[in-house]
Design a protein around this ligand. Sequence first.
Ligand code: MG
Length: 383
Amino acid sequence: MKPDAPVRVAIAGSTGSIGTQTIEVVLAERDRYEVVALGVGSSVDALIAQAQVLRPRLVAVADPTRRAEVAAALPFCEVTGNLTDLVEVADVVVNGVVGFAGLGVTVATLRAGRRLALANKESLIAGGPVVRPLRSVPGAELVPVDSEHCAIHQCLRSSVGPEREVSRIVLTASGGPFRGRTVDDLRHITLEQALAHPTWKMGPKITIDSSTLMNKGLEVIEAHELFGVGYDQIEVVVHPQSVVHSMAEFTDGSTIAQLSMPDMRLPIGYALAYPNRIATPFGRIDWTALRRLDFEQPDTDTFRCLSLAYAAGREGGSAPAWLNAANEVVVEAFLGGRIGWLDIAAVLSAALDVHEPRSLVTVDDVVEVDARARDVARSLLHQ
Ligand code: MG
């Protein structure tokens, strides 16, 4: 790459929430970045519209039934069926795929020695033992696009010495739409209520995960994987304003926090520009409008998913992959109106009880654990 040539950005999951916001960041910083490749599962109409504006070199469409249609609509670019092909033409790959399906892009990007801007936390959580060694491939670099982990990544830059000086990581949680409710209050809540997140506008899967605090639980595992910090040193605190995105505490008692308004374009821009920063101030705080920052302890009796994730993380090995797969099945059932909100934690607890541990060495091992856990979760749903 020439020093002043724009950084080439590929977006896997380009029509989702992270994908569309990545395009906004690139367009705001168009002298520094260009989108060279876009990939989707089957959201073909939105992909075609994006490609007609951005004119990428390559588009990937996982759904084989829609590929010819895309090729006909976009004669100026190459069309492939494999999202991992995006890696070949880019300097940075933004992985905004939803769920476990993002594992292939995570692995391919690191294996190719590229920067991975990772919004797909599931691939890191499920594939931890497989993804970990790939991070030392020359050129490979993982920069998180999760607001909390972006915050921690920034906080840790305040410790530059060779010694390990972090004593604690504090992940903030908005608490979701049901903060302050009890189990009795939550017996009859609807899908619409669960989808109404108070501070973040996100896709449906992560929004439901936020309502159960499973998202925070998965983020605890993600923090463990990303920063090598033990589970006893990772705490969760509820912070309803979503302005403090997380904190790192050091051995001398100092706590460094990262603050900004809730806007995912900031973590996306950070991951593109690191170690530099973009020029567009997404998430800038207006101190004349911000009145207070509140903090409270999470209610783990009501939001059991947080404890389940800690348990899976502490068990390690294939347990995070198992829990993640079961969670995807159960959340899908909730989104489909087949189970109630309280059933989510109940089924996941039962699924974790019957976890079948196995060692994860290859991607295929992870895929097999994922498939087995999905089967188990489906059979538990039918009981
Ligand atoms: Mg997050």
